[in-house]
Design a protein around this ligand. Structure first.
Ligand SMILES: Nc1ncnc2c1ncn2[C@@H]1O[C@H](COP(=O)(O)OP(=O)(O)OP(=O)(O)O)[C@@H](O)[C@H]1O
Ligand SMILES: [Mg+2]
Length: 271
């Protein structure tokens, strides 16, 4: 059974149609990257997977059942710029997730539970390479370190699904490369199912198991919001697929149209 299944999912805001007939089946442990033009509904789709938005039509299912109507611990999200708590240290920011989950009313743990939460938080922070910064405040961290902190925060609750909305979009290329290795390592270790939006097609091709292209197949120039985007291409990719990666890497200008041509070429070549 699929972990996530979308059947003809549509999303409408007022009279603008954002998404229409989105169909998708994703198995546990997959790593999907999402690309598409700005405003085509990628974040909206992620919010439906988080549970803060509901489909206007169609069916969205988690483990074959209707999607929970609100966020829960099974799904963690990291945004491009994450607002960690500025008055808490790195360690306290990560522990907070467990404290809020463990003690709904006080938001604090005591004794053995607190020691355990601290050890868990330290272990997660080690896995994202922040052991040396446990007592620093967010303002003292670089952009890359802040995103590592955001990822650690989302992982502490051991989500089954990790949702990443352009998490590396604001980072320098060198730091991004480090973050790619980090996220691939974390994915392999935790076997979490990942959905990651990116504006960088190279990133989309390099990371993950599937590249999902969101695009509109119908346009009405007079009413640009008359039609929504769909998943127009669902391309299996992988870190090891060097040929496609190199081809993408050498291209100077890429947009979803270029991507379609490449996907068609690849399909024609039997790849
Ligand atoms: N809460 C909302 N109310 C009304 N319209 C909304 C709402 N959220 C999103 N939209 C509209 O839905 C469309 C899709 O927005 P969304 O943020 O999902 O796009 P996106 O693909 O993530 O774009 P970007 O790449 O720029 O982040 C946009 O036209 C946006 O204005
Ligand atoms: Mg977005």
């Amino acid at each position: 059974m699929s972990l996530i299944e979308a059947q003809n999912v549509g999303k409408v805001y007022g009279d603008s149609i954002v998404l229409e007939r989105v169909n998708l089946k994703v198995k546990e442990g997959e790593f999907c990257t999402l690309v598409g033009a700005s405003g085509c509904g990628k974040t909206t789709f992620l919010k439906m997977l988080l549970g803060t938005e509901q489909p206007s039509s169609g069916k969205l299912m988690l483990n074959g059942k209707q999607f929970p109507q609100e966020p829960d611990q099974d799904r963690g999200i990291v945004f491009q710029r994450y607002s960690v708590f500025p008055h808490l240290t790195v360690l306290q920011n990560v522990m907070l997730g467990e404290e809020l989950a463990g003690s709904k009313f006080l938001g604090r743990l005591f004794g053995a539970a607190r020691t355990r939460a601290k050890e868990n938080a330290k272990a997660i922070l080690e896995s994202v390479g922040l052991t040396h910064a446990l007592d620093k405040y967010p303002a003292e961290l670089s952009g890359g370190m802040q995103q590592r902190l955001a990822i650690a925060q989302s992982l502490i609750k051991k989500p089954k699904i990790l949702l990443l909305d352009e998490p590396f979009g604001a980072l320098d290329p060198g730091i991004r490369a480090d973050m790619h290795e980090l996220i691939l390592d974390l994915w392999k270790q935790t076997q979490v199912t990942i959905f990651m939006i990116t504006h960088d097609l190279k990133e989309g091709f390099y990371l993950g198991t599937r590249l999902l292209v969101f695009d509109k197949t119908r346009h009405d120039p007079e009413f640009p919001n008359a039609y929504g985007a769909q998943i127009t291409y669902d391309i299996p990719v992988g870190k090891t697929d060097k040929r496609i990666y190199e081809e993408i890497n050498q291209a100077t200008h890429l947009d979803p149209v270029d991507l379609k041509i490449k996907a068609e070429k690849n399909a024609a070549m039997g790849n």
